[in-house]
Design a protein around this ligand. Structure first.
Ligand SMILES: [Fe+2]
Ligand SMILES: [Fe+2]
Length: 224
């Protein structure tokens, strides 16, 4: 570790700590009935966060750090779901220290990861804002592990109902638009709101931090 940062996303992804921590975090959440939070979720948030900053014209370094913070944001679930933003930040630090990240880049990633949840998280840099939007917009049928429709809870229903999820970033119009296709035979739009209102408000705050407006369409109807 030093001032020169030559850590890469690839090194972080293939570090054995990352692999084990993410897999164990996902197992922990599976046992308490949560949707998929493993490598697929890590990759999704990493790619979406980087995509948002890239499309909005942020520097390459910010795009790179957002991809890494996005990949590491949920590691702490292996310790506990409670305060997992904080525990994720410290688990990420070990991995970044071992992979030649500068102190500054490590600190930026820790701050973003530590503030990604809506339990008092504060947005103080673009990396945090980007991973919040990446994380909170990851709703999709593929995240539901419960295959027994009868025992679906509201989270399962709402996720399972989402058959398509696309984000459009319009840098000229300064807009981030989430487009969802929902099967209303599985979950009503109102149910979606019951679960996701606080997450969408957090996305709105994050988008504002990036100088943009967040909107959401469900089945082509504008909701926010
Ligand atoms: Fe999280
Ligand atoms: Fe997450």
């Amino acid at each position: 570790m030093g001032n020169e940062s030559n850590g890469t996303l690839q090194k972080v992804i293939s570090d054995p700590r990352t692999v084990v921590y993410i897999d164990m975090a996902d197992q922990h959440l599976e046992r308490i009935g949560y949707t998929e939070h493993g490598r697929k979720h890590a990759e999704f948030v990493s790619q979406r966060a980087a995509y948002i900053l890239e499309k909005l014209g942020f520097p390459d370094k910010s795009v790179r750090l957002a991809a890494i913070a996005g990949y590491l944001h949920d590691l702490g679930n292996l310790i506990s779901r409670t305060n997992h933003g904080f525990s994720s930040a410290f688990l990420a630090k070990d991995i970044l220290d071992e992979n030649n990240f500068s102190i500054e880049d490590t600190a930026t990633i820790m701050s973003a990861v530590g503030n990604h949840e809506d339990d008092g998280g504060e947005i103080t840099n673009e990396i945090t804002a980007a991973i919040i939007i990446g994380d909170k917009t990851h709703v999709h049928r593929s995240r539901v592990r419960n295959r027994n429709f009868i025992s679906f809870d509201i989270h399962d229903r709402v996720n399972y109902a989402v058959t398509e999820s696309r984000i459009d970033v319009d840098s000229a119009a300064k807009q981030i638009i989430l487009n969802l296709a929902i099967d209303t035979g599985i979950s009503e739009v109102v149910e979606y709101f019951e679960i996701f209102l606080s997450r969408m408000l957090l996305c709105k705050r994050a988008a504002e931090y990036l100088g943009t407006k967040f909107s959401m369409f469900i089945n082509n109807v504008k909701l926010i």
